[in-house]
Design a protein around this ligand. Structure first.
Ligand SMILES: Cc1cc2nc3c(=O)[nH]c(=O)nc-3n(C[C@H](O)[C@H](O)[C@H](O)COP(=O)(O)OP(=O)(O)OC[C@H]3O[C@@H](n4cnc5c(N)ncnc54)[C@H](O)[C@@H]3O)c2cc1C
Length: 401
């Protein structure tokens, strides 16, 4: 009988995970990885600042899916088959110990992405996975079997797992569109915000733990830490907003107003009320910041509200209180462009979620073709969620032959 073949397109995170698990599940099948470049696992190498943030300790799947602006509903079916717990066990069983940092991010204990790369390369070798470099797949066709065409070769196979990752241009998905697949609009996600020249950027490096950032005139609103940078704003809340509102930012060409509340959990009236309650105090207002706001930011907001830094609490007028409360609650900045976040960036958009069966990761349009990783219209926020998507979807795609 002829040997069954499984071809994996793409030698990145999801490609290797799919190939290794296919070889584990079907030891009698021939597993081949076709990689377009002459580099393997290049994103894994630079990921997490060279430390590879492999996952996040969000063990409850109904919580986990909330970190995916696109794919929340569909990933439930995937994580119920291969979860964060399964991921940690998978690596542990193969001698790679993982550790969790205080913010929930999971890394190899070695703090080196090389540990993950070495594991994948040695597992691939151990399981006789053939790796072919400089083989860009240009088309997938079907006759009796599936036929993959690259510039140099034609390969016949029984199953194809497509793990080509995310691109900034949709032309790289052309070979999938020809099959009838829809590729949703590709736009950047996970970026920091540049703002129109403003003195607040002199406070670069300062951050507020419990802020709120929203896009003016929309429903997009994220709570969390906000960091002031020399070009604008960054920090977890900003990155999360960039992911959830990726299409809103794109639509505006990254020119829109954001409003920051430096005080979480209080509305403008409540902030004004609190400020009034300090008016019996005798200290300089500038010297007694409230709401855990750093002193220099507090002074900046006082000046912005027209309050003299030499004023004491018992000298503040009602108008000044209202101005100050407004700036503490609704401090508006004009966004002028974005900057790549150096630790992690991904693209929103990819193969339409409606065209994939998430129980198996098989295409609903072209049988025998499976998808995993960033090629799908799924993306997560920063924190290890993008790799978790790569591992879980790859594991499911590797389940059936
Ligand atoms: C700087 C940076 C840091 C990151 N850090 C983290 C992190 O710490 N944690 C986290 O969770 N996520 C991180 N990410 C995101 C994460 O790297 C990706 O989500 C993940 O690599 C996606 O894996 P993938 O296998 O789907 O795609 P990729 O890793 O992009 O792999 C796709 C592969 O397919 C190949 N290919 C493409 N087209 C073809 C073709 N036609 N034929 C053959 N081969 C093809 C490509 O050359 C590539 O090797 C980071 C991303 C970047 C850019």
């Amino acid at each position: 009988m002829q040997e069954k073949k499984i071809f994996v397109i793409g030698g990145g995170a999801s490609g290797f995970f799919a190939a290794i698990n296919s070889a584990i599940n079907f030891p009698d099948c021939k597993v081949v990885i076709l990689e377009k470049t002459n580099n393997l696992l290049s994103k894994v190498k630079i990921s997490g600042g060279g430390r590879c943030n492999v996952s996040n300790n969000t063990f409850d799947n109904s919580e986990l899916v909330k970190y995916y602006p696109r794919g929340e509903k569909e990933l439930r079916q995937v994580f119920s088959q291969f979860s964060v717990t399964d991921t940690i066990k998978w690596f542990n069983d193969r001698g790679v110990k993982l550790k969790t940092e205080s913010d929930g991010r999971v890394f190899p204990e070695s703090n080196l992405s090389k540990t993950i790369i070495d594991l994948f390369l040695s597992e691939a070798k151990k399981r006789n996975i053939e790796i072919k470099l400089n083989e860009e797949v240009l088309s997938i066709k079907k006759s009796e079997k599936l036929i993959l065409t690259t510039k140099k070769n034609k390969f016949t196979t029984d199953k194809v797992i497509c793990c080509v990752g995310g691109f900034h241009q949709s032309k790289y998905y052309e070979f999938l569109k020809i099959l009838g697949h829809t590729v949703t609009e590709i736009v950047p996600s996970l970026f920091t915000l540049n703002i129109k020249k403003d003195e607040i950027t002199n406070l670069m490096g300062l951050s507020v733990k419990n802020g709120v950032i929203k896009i003016v005139g929309t429903k997009f609103k994220i709570e969390g830490a906000i960091l002031i940078t020399h070009w604008g704003f960054s920090g977890p809340a900003v990155l999360k907003l960039s992911a959830f509102a990726a299409y809103e930012f794109f639509k505006s060409n990254y020119n829109l107003n954001v409003s920051i509340s430096w005080v979480n959990n209080l509305n403008v009236e409540e902030i004004a009320q609190k400020l009034k309650s300090f008016s019996a105090e005798k200290q300089l207002i500038a010297n007694s910041p409230k709401f855990e706001i750093p002193k220099r930011l507090w002074e900046y907001l006082l000046v912005k509200s027209g309050i003299n830094l030499k004023k004491h609490w018992n000298e503040i007028s009602k108008k000044e209180i209202n101005n100050f409360a407004k700036n503490l609650f609704d401090d508006v900045y004009y966004v002028l462009g974005k900057t790549k976040f150096k630790e992690e960036f991904v693209t929103a958009g990819g193969v339409s979620l409606k065209e994939i069966n998430f129980k198996t990761m098989e295409s609903k349009i072209f049988s025998g073709l499976y998808f995993c990783g960033e090629v799908i219209n799924v993306d997560g926020i920063t924190g290890g969620f993008n790799f978790q998507n790569a591992w879980s979807t790859a594991w499911v795609a590797a389940k059936n032959n």
